[in-house]
Design a protein around this ligand. Structure first.
Ligand code: APR
Length: 235
């Protein structure tokens, strides 16, 4: 039996044309986190927050899943057929894992293609721009709709499910993340404490590189399909 937990970050979507956050020219070199990605930012200037997420949502139809997304979907299907467990936790709010064929995805930082009402908490599909003029279909409140994205200072989703999966895991693999943001950056420590084998697949060393048992560096579209092929060949 082999249970695998995979964590992905923006680096897995980089070769699809989705900007990462902290690489040169990344999102946080163009926007101030405190102005677009906190509850206070939304309360203070909701129009700017909507502009930031609307532009990222509008870009999604023109980007497509890459070989790394597709390889993880093949891994999920292959492990399922072999009776193994596979958990994909992503920090990404894009829908490229879904479009790449993955079925069970834990979006711990939420999803660009969902809105949430600050009033009643209703979460709904959202494929168009959000604005302060819009009304929540569930409670009728105007101005309370926000992207269903976890902001700094908010609690990510699926932490219990991820902890449970790590408890049962034989292998934890981190792909395309700098390891800058907790609690995702702490998963490798949880895994090590539990005696779980750990591996980093990344373009370059992350902040946690020294903690991983194994490290393979290179573009995700190269190293992820190679790793997946090795795992599936050993099934
Ligand atoms: N292939 C593999 N890895 C890549 C590639 C690539 N083609 N391009 C970049 N990377 C790696 C970088 O080396 C870096 O380690 O992806 C990582 C991107 O790091 P960040 O930009 O910090 O993005 P991420 O780790 O996903 O950020 C985590 O921070 O701002 C929050 O909510 C945001 O979910 C995000 C979280």
């Amino acid at each position: 039996m082999m249970n695998i937990v995979v964590l992905t970050g923006s680096g897995i979507s980089a070769e699809s044309g989705v900007a990462t956050f902290r690489d040169k020219g990344g999102i946080w070199s163009k926007y101030d986190i405190t102005e677009v990605a906190t509850p206070h930012a939304f309360a203070h200037n909701p129009a700017l927050v909507h502009e930031f997420y609307n532009s990222r949502r509008q870009a999604l139809p023109s980007v497509h899943p890459n070989a790394a997304h597709i390889a993880l979907a093949e891994l999920e299907a292959g492990l399922k057929d072999a009776g193994w467990r596979f958990t994909l936790v992503t920090q990404n709010v894009d829908d490229l894992h879904e479009r790449g064929g993955s079925r069970n995805i834990l979006h711990m930082h939420g999803e660009l293609l969902k809105s949430k009402c600050n009033g009643c908490g209703d979460v709904s599909e959202c494929r168009t721009d959000l604005s302060v003029e819009l009304k929540c279909e569930a409670c009728g409140r105007v101005g309370g709709l926000r992207p269903n994205v976890v902001w700094f200072g908010e609690v990510p989703y699926f932490l219990d499910e991820t902890a449970h999966a790590l408890n049962d895991a034989d292998l934890f693999v981190s792909i395309g993340t700098s390891g800058s943001v907790y609690p995702a950056s702490g998963f490798v420590n949880q895994a090590r404490t539990l005696g779980v084998e750990t591996m980093e697949l990344n373009l370059e060393c992350s902040e946690n590189a020294r903690i991983f048992n194994k490290k393979i560096y290179g573009p995700a579209t190269k190293v992820v399909p190679q790793w997946v092929s090795n795992v599936l060949n050993e099934l």
